[in-house]
Design a protein around this ligand. Sequence first.
Ligand code: NAP
Length: 283
Amino acid sequence: MTAQIIDGNALSKQLRTQVAARAQALKIRGITPGLAVVLVGDNPASQVYVRNKVKACEDSGLHSVMEKYESSMTESELLARVDALNNDPNIHGILVQLPLPSHINAQRVIEAISPSKDVDGFHIASAGALMTGMPGFWPCTPYGCMKMLESIGYNLRGKHAVVIGRSNIVGKPMALMLLQQNATVTICHSATPDLKAMTLQADVIVAAVGKRNVLTADMVKPGAVVLDVGMNRDNEGKLCGDVDFEGVKKVASHITPVPGGVGPMTITMLLVNTLEAAERASN
Ligand code: NAP
Protein backbone atom coordinates (compact mmCIF):
# COMPACT_ATOMS: atom_id res chain seq x y z
CA MET A 1 0.00 0.00 0.00
CA THR A 2 1.16 3.53 -0.70
CA ALA A 3 -0.61 6.14 1.34
CA GLN A 4 -2.59 8.94 -0.21
CA ILE A 5 -0.91 12.26 0.57
CA ILE A 6 -3.10 14.83 2.29
CA ASP A 7 -1.81 17.97 0.61
CA GLY A 8 -1.90 20.88 3.07
CA ASN A 9 -1.00 23.41 0.39
CA ALA A 10 -3.85 22.38 -1.91
CA LEU A 11 -6.40 22.27 0.91
CA SER A 12 -5.17 25.63 2.19
CA LYS A 13 -5.61 27.17 -1.23
CA GLN A 14 -9.18 25.93 -1.36
CA LEU A 15 -9.99 27.20 2.15
CA ARG A 16 -8.26 30.54 1.56
CA THR A 17 -10.42 31.10 -1.53
CA GLN A 18 -13.47 30.65 0.72
CA VAL A 19 -11.96 33.04 3.29
CA ALA A 20 -11.38 35.65 0.57
CA ALA A 21 -15.01 35.35 -0.60
CA ARG A 22 -16.36 35.72 2.95
CA ALA A 23 -14.01 38.67 3.58
CA GLN A 24 -15.34 40.30 0.42
CA ALA A 25 -18.92 39.82 1.62
CA LEU A 26 -18.02 41.59 4.88
CA LYS A 27 -16.30 44.39 3.01
CA ILE A 28 -19.50 45.09 1.12
CA ARG A 29 -21.03 45.71 4.55
CA GLY A 30 -18.19 48.13 5.38
CA ILE A 31 -16.16 45.73 7.54
CA THR A 32 -12.62 44.62 6.70
CA PRO A 33 -11.51 41.71 8.91
CA GLY A 34 -8.35 42.80 10.68
CA LEU A 35 -5.57 40.85 12.39
CA ALA A 36 -2.91 42.42 14.62
CA VAL A 37 0.32 40.46 14.94
CA VAL A 38 2.60 41.52 17.78
CA LEU A 39 6.25 40.53 17.75
CA VAL A 40 8.61 41.30 20.61
CA GLY A 41 12.32 40.78 20.09
CA ASP A 42 14.28 39.48 17.12
CA ASN A 43 13.87 35.69 17.18
CA PRO A 44 14.61 34.83 13.50
CA ALA A 45 12.07 31.98 13.30
CA SER A 46 9.36 34.21 14.80
CA GLN A 47 10.12 36.91 12.24
CA VAL A 48 9.55 34.41 9.41
CA TYR A 49 6.29 33.12 10.97
CA VAL A 50 4.99 36.65 11.49
CA ARG A 51 5.84 37.70 7.95
CA ASN A 52 4.07 34.62 6.56
CA LYS A 53 0.97 35.36 8.62
CA VAL A 54 0.83 39.00 7.51
CA LYS A 55 1.32 38.01 3.87
CA ALA A 56 -1.39 35.34 4.10
CA CYS A 57 -3.80 38.00 5.40
CA GLU A 58 -3.01 40.35 2.55
CA ASP A 59 -3.40 37.58 -0.04
CA SER A 60 -6.88 36.76 1.28
CA GLY A 61 -8.13 40.36 1.51
CA LEU A 62 -7.78 40.65 5.29
CA HIS A 63 -6.34 43.79 6.85
CA SER A 64 -3.27 43.14 8.98
CA VAL A 65 -1.15 45.22 11.28
CA MET A 66 2.27 44.11 12.37
CA GLU A 67 3.61 45.64 15.57
CA LYS A 68 7.27 44.97 16.17
CA TYR A 69 8.98 45.87 19.43
CA GLU A 70 12.46 45.67 20.89
CA SER A 71 13.16 42.77 23.24
CA SER A 72 13.60 45.37 26.01
CA MET A 73 9.85 46.07 25.94
CA THR A 74 8.40 45.63 29.43
CA GLU A 75 5.46 43.40 30.29
CA SER A 76 3.32 46.39 31.27
CA GLU A 77 4.09 48.11 27.95
CA LEU A 78 3.04 44.98 26.09
CA LEU A 79 -0.13 44.64 28.20
CA ALA A 80 -0.98 48.26 27.34
CA ARG A 81 -0.62 47.48 23.62
CA VAL A 82 -2.86 44.42 23.95
CA ASP A 83 -5.43 46.56 25.76
CA ALA A 84 -5.34 49.14 22.97
CA LEU A 85 -5.85 46.41 20.34
CA ASN A 86 -8.71 44.92 22.38
CA ASN A 87 -10.41 48.31 22.06
CA ASP A 88 -9.60 48.89 18.39
CA PRO A 89 -12.77 48.28 16.32
CA ASN A 90 -10.70 47.68 13.16
CA ILE A 91 -8.89 44.75 14.76
CA HIS A 92 -10.86 41.50 15.09
CA GLY A 93 -8.01 39.13 15.91
CA ILE A 94 -4.89 39.57 18.06
CA LEU A 95 -1.90 37.29 17.89
CA VAL A 96 1.10 37.73 20.16
CA GLN A 97 3.90 35.70 18.64
CA LEU A 98 5.51 33.25 21.06
CA PRO A 99 8.04 32.79 22.53
CA LEU A 100 8.23 36.12 24.34
CA PRO A 101 11.43 37.35 26.02
CA SER A 102 11.90 35.60 29.37
CA HIS A 103 11.16 38.73 31.47
CA ILE A 104 7.58 38.74 30.11
CA ASN A 105 5.00 36.32 31.51
CA ALA A 106 3.52 34.89 28.30
CA GLN A 107 0.45 33.43 29.99
CA ARG A 108 -0.40 36.80 31.56
CA VAL A 109 -0.19 38.42 28.11
CA ILE A 110 -2.38 35.75 26.52
CA GLU A 111 -4.96 36.15 29.27
CA ALA A 112 -5.02 39.90 28.56
CA ILE A 113 -6.28 39.30 25.00
CA SER A 114 -10.03 39.61 24.76
CA PRO A 115 -11.43 36.07 24.22
CA SER A 116 -13.52 37.52 21.37
CA LYS A 117 -10.22 38.38 19.58
CA ASP A 118 -8.23 35.32 20.68
CA VAL A 119 -7.73 33.91 17.18
CA ASP A 120 -4.80 31.74 18.32
CA GLY A 121 -7.18 30.00 20.72
CA PHE A 122 -4.66 30.01 23.58
CA HIS A 123 -6.72 32.01 26.12
CA ILE A 124 -7.97 29.98 29.06
CA ALA A 125 -11.54 30.93 28.04
CA SER A 126 -10.93 29.43 24.58
CA ALA A 127 -9.49 26.28 26.16
CA GLY A 128 -12.54 26.06 28.43
CA ALA A 129 -14.89 26.55 25.49
CA LEU A 130 -13.23 23.71 23.61
CA MET A 131 -13.32 21.50 26.69
CA THR A 132 -17.06 22.08 27.22
CA GLY A 133 -18.10 22.17 23.56
CA MET A 134 -19.08 25.84 23.69
CA PRO A 135 -18.40 28.30 20.84
CA GLY A 136 -14.89 29.75 20.94
CA PHE A 137 -11.71 29.85 18.92
CA TRP A 138 -9.86 26.59 18.40
CA PRO A 139 -6.04 26.54 18.32
CA CYS A 140 -5.05 26.73 14.66
CA THR A 141 -2.77 23.68 14.34
CA PRO A 142 -5.14 20.99 15.69
CA TYR A 143 -8.04 22.79 13.98
CA GLY A 144 -6.10 22.43 10.71
CA CYS A 145 -5.61 18.72 11.42
CA MET A 146 -9.37 18.32 11.84
CA LYS A 147 -9.93 20.05 8.49
CA MET A 148 -7.47 17.62 6.89
CA LEU A 149 -9.45 14.66 8.24
CA GLU A 150 -12.67 16.29 7.02
CA SER A 151 -11.10 16.79 3.56
CA ILE A 152 -10.71 13.03 3.11
CA GLY A 153 -14.25 12.41 4.37
CA TYR A 154 -12.98 10.59 7.44
CA ASN A 155 -15.65 9.68 9.99
CA LEU A 156 -14.07 9.56 13.46
CA ARG A 157 -17.05 7.97 15.19
CA GLY A 158 -15.96 4.74 16.82
CA LYS A 159 -12.35 5.10 15.66
CA HIS A 160 -9.34 4.97 17.96
CA ALA A 161 -7.17 8.09 17.73
CA VAL A 162 -3.74 8.25 19.34
CA VAL A 163 -2.23 11.70 19.90
CA ILE A 164 1.49 11.76 20.65
CA GLY A 165 2.23 14.92 22.64
CA ARG A 166 0.21 16.77 25.29
CA SER A 167 1.11 20.43 24.86
CA ASN A 168 -1.55 23.06 25.51
CA ILE A 169 -1.30 24.34 21.94
CA VAL A 170 -1.33 21.06 19.99
CA GLY A 171 -1.66 17.73 21.81
CA LYS A 172 -4.37 18.46 24.37
CA PRO A 173 -6.68 20.52 22.11
CA MET A 174 -6.17 17.92 19.35
CA ALA A 175 -7.36 15.17 21.69
CA LEU A 176 -10.44 17.20 22.66
CA MET A 177 -11.37 17.89 19.05
CA LEU A 178 -11.07 14.21 18.16
CA LEU A 179 -13.15 13.32 21.21
CA GLN A 180 -15.79 15.83 20.17
CA GLN A 181 -16.08 13.91 16.88
CA ASN A 182 -16.69 10.68 18.81
CA ALA A 183 -13.27 9.09 18.49
CA THR A 184 -11.89 7.08 21.39
CA VAL A 185 -8.75 9.01 22.22
CA THR A 186 -5.45 8.02 23.80
CA ILE A 187 -2.88 10.70 24.64
CA CYS A 188 0.77 9.63 24.77
CA HIS A 189 3.71 11.62 26.13
CA SER A 190 7.30 11.25 27.29
CA ALA A 191 6.30 9.04 30.22
CA THR A 192 4.29 6.60 28.08
CA PRO A 193 6.14 3.31 28.63
CA ASP A 194 5.35 1.56 25.34
CA LEU A 195 4.42 4.04 22.62
CA LYS A 196 4.40 1.37 19.91
CA ALA A 197 1.83 -0.71 21.79
CA MET A 198 -0.47 2.35 21.73
CA THR A 199 0.10 3.49 18.15
CA LEU A 200 -0.39 -0.03 16.77
CA GLN A 201 -4.00 0.12 18.01
CA ALA A 202 -4.70 3.44 16.31
CA ASP A 203 -6.90 4.17 13.32
CA VAL A 204 -5.64 7.77 13.40
CA ILE A 205 -2.27 8.93 14.73
CA VAL A 206 -1.32 12.55 15.30
CA ALA A 207 2.38 13.05 16.02
CA ALA A 208 3.09 16.35 17.81
CA VAL A 209 6.38 15.83 19.57
CA GLY A 210 9.22 17.73 17.91
CA LYS A 211 11.56 14.75 17.46
CA ARG A 212 12.46 13.03 14.20
CA ASN A 213 11.35 9.43 13.62
CA VAL A 214 9.15 9.22 16.71
CA LEU A 215 6.79 7.23 14.51
CA THR A 216 8.19 4.51 12.24
CA ALA A 217 6.45 2.01 9.94
CA ASP A 218 6.56 -0.85 12.48
CA MET A 219 4.47 1.31 14.86
CA VAL A 220 1.57 1.84 12.45
CA LYS A 221 -1.42 -0.41 11.82
CA PRO A 222 -1.96 -0.97 8.08
CA GLY A 223 -4.49 1.52 6.77
CA ALA A 224 -4.14 4.05 9.59
CA VAL A 225 -4.32 7.78 8.90
CA VAL A 226 -1.17 9.62 10.02
CA LEU A 227 -0.97 13.37 10.62
CA ASP A 228 2.51 14.79 11.23
CA VAL A 229 2.59 18.05 13.18
CA GLY A 230 6.30 17.96 14.02
CA MET A 231 8.77 20.44 12.59
CA ASN A 232 12.37 19.35 12.80
CA ARG A 233 15.58 19.52 10.76
CA ASP A 234 17.23 16.42 9.32
CA ASN A 235 21.00 15.85 9.11
CA GLU A 236 21.15 17.93 5.91
CA GLY A 237 19.26 20.76 7.60
CA LYS A 238 16.08 20.09 5.62
CA LEU A 239 12.68 20.52 7.26
CA CYS A 240 11.11 17.22 8.36
CA GLY A 241 8.41 16.00 10.70
CA ASP A 242 8.16 13.51 13.55
CA VAL A 243 7.17 10.67 11.23
CA ASP A 244 9.49 8.52 9.14
CA PHE A 245 7.56 9.56 6.05
CA GLU A 246 9.16 7.17 3.54
CA GLY A 247 8.57 4.13 5.75
CA VAL A 248 5.14 5.03 7.12
CA LYS A 249 3.66 5.94 3.73
CA LYS A 250 4.00 2.26 2.77
CA VAL A 251 1.69 1.24 5.65
CA ALA A 252 -0.74 4.12 6.20
CA SER A 253 -3.81 4.84 4.09
CA HIS A 254 -3.32 8.62 4.29
CA ILE A 255 -0.38 10.71 5.46
CA THR A 256 0.55 14.39 5.70
CA PRO A 257 3.98 15.44 4.39
CA VAL A 258 6.41 17.86 6.01
CA PRO A 259 6.75 20.42 4.55
CA GLY A 260 3.42 21.01 2.79
CA GLY A 261 1.12 19.34 5.33
CA VAL A 262 -0.04 20.68 8.66
CA GLY A 263 2.19 23.80 8.46
CA PRO A 264 0.23 25.72 5.79
CA MET A 265 -3.03 24.62 7.42
CA THR A 266 -2.03 26.35 10.66
CA ILE A 267 -1.85 29.75 8.95
CA THR A 268 -5.02 29.05 7.02
CA MET A 269 -6.95 28.35 10.22
CA LEU A 270 -5.64 31.63 11.64
CA LEU A 271 -7.28 33.38 8.68
CA VAL A 272 -10.48 31.39 9.24
CA ASN A 273 -10.53 32.34 12.95
CA THR A 274 -9.89 36.03 12.15
CA LEU A 275 -12.68 36.06 9.61
CA GLU A 276 -14.96 34.30 12.08
CA ALA A 277 -14.09 36.91 14.74
CA ALA A 278 -14.99 39.70 12.33
CA GLU A 279 -18.27 38.00 11.38
CA ARG A 280 -19.19 37.52 15.05
CA ALA A 281 -18.32 41.17 15.83
CA SER A 282 -20.48 42.34 12.93
CA ASN A 283 -23.56 40.46 14.16
P1 NAP B 1 6.02 20.63 23.09
O1 NAP B 1 5.29 21.64 23.89
O2 NAP B 1 7.50 20.51 23.24
O3 NAP B 1 5.36 19.20 23.40
C1 NAP B 1 5.94 18.02 22.95
C2 NAP B 1 5.20 16.86 23.52
O4 NAP B 1 5.82 15.66 23.07
C3 NAP B 1 5.21 16.81 25.06
O5 NAP B 1 3.91 16.54 25.53
C4 NAP B 1 6.16 15.66 25.37
O6 NAP B 1 5.81 14.93 26.54
C5 NAP B 1 5.97 14.76 24.17
N1 NAP B 1 7.13 13.89 23.97
C6 NAP B 1 8.43 14.20 23.99
N2 NAP B 1 9.18 13.13 23.73
C7 NAP B 1 8.34 12.11 23.53
C8 NAP B 1 8.51 10.74 23.23
N3 NAP B 1 9.71 10.23 23.03
N4 NAP B 1 7.41 9.97 23.11
C9 NAP B 1 6.17 10.47 23.28
N5 NAP B 1 5.95 11.79 23.56
C10 NAP B 1 7.03 12.58 23.70
O7 NAP B 1 5.76 20.83 21.54
P2 NAP B 1 4.50 21.41 20.73
O8 NAP B 1 4.47 22.88 20.85
O9 NAP B 1 3.28 20.63 21.03
O10 NAP B 1 4.97 21.09 19.25
C11 NAP B 1 5.25 19.75 18.84
C12 NAP B 1 5.89 19.78 17.47
O11 NAP B 1 4.97 20.36 16.55
C13 NAP B 1 7.16 20.64 17.36
O12 NAP B 1 8.01 20.06 16.41
C14 NAP B 1 6.65 21.96 16.84
O13 NAP B 1 7.64 22.68 16.14
C15 NAP B 1 5.58 21.47 15.91
N6 NAP B 1 4.52 22.43 15.64
C16 NAP B 1 4.18 22.59 14.35
C17 NAP B 1 3.18 23.45 14.01
C18 NAP B 1 2.79 23.58 12.59
O14 NAP B 1 2.14 24.54 12.22
N7 NAP B 1 3.15 22.62 11.75
C19 NAP B 1 2.53 24.18 15.00
C20 NAP B 1 2.87 23.98 16.33
C21 NAP B 1 3.88 23.08 16.65
P3 NAP B 1 5.85 15.57 28.02
O15 NAP B 1 4.60 16.42 28.12
O16 NAP B 1 5.80 14.39 28.91
O17 NAP B 1 7.10 16.37 28.10
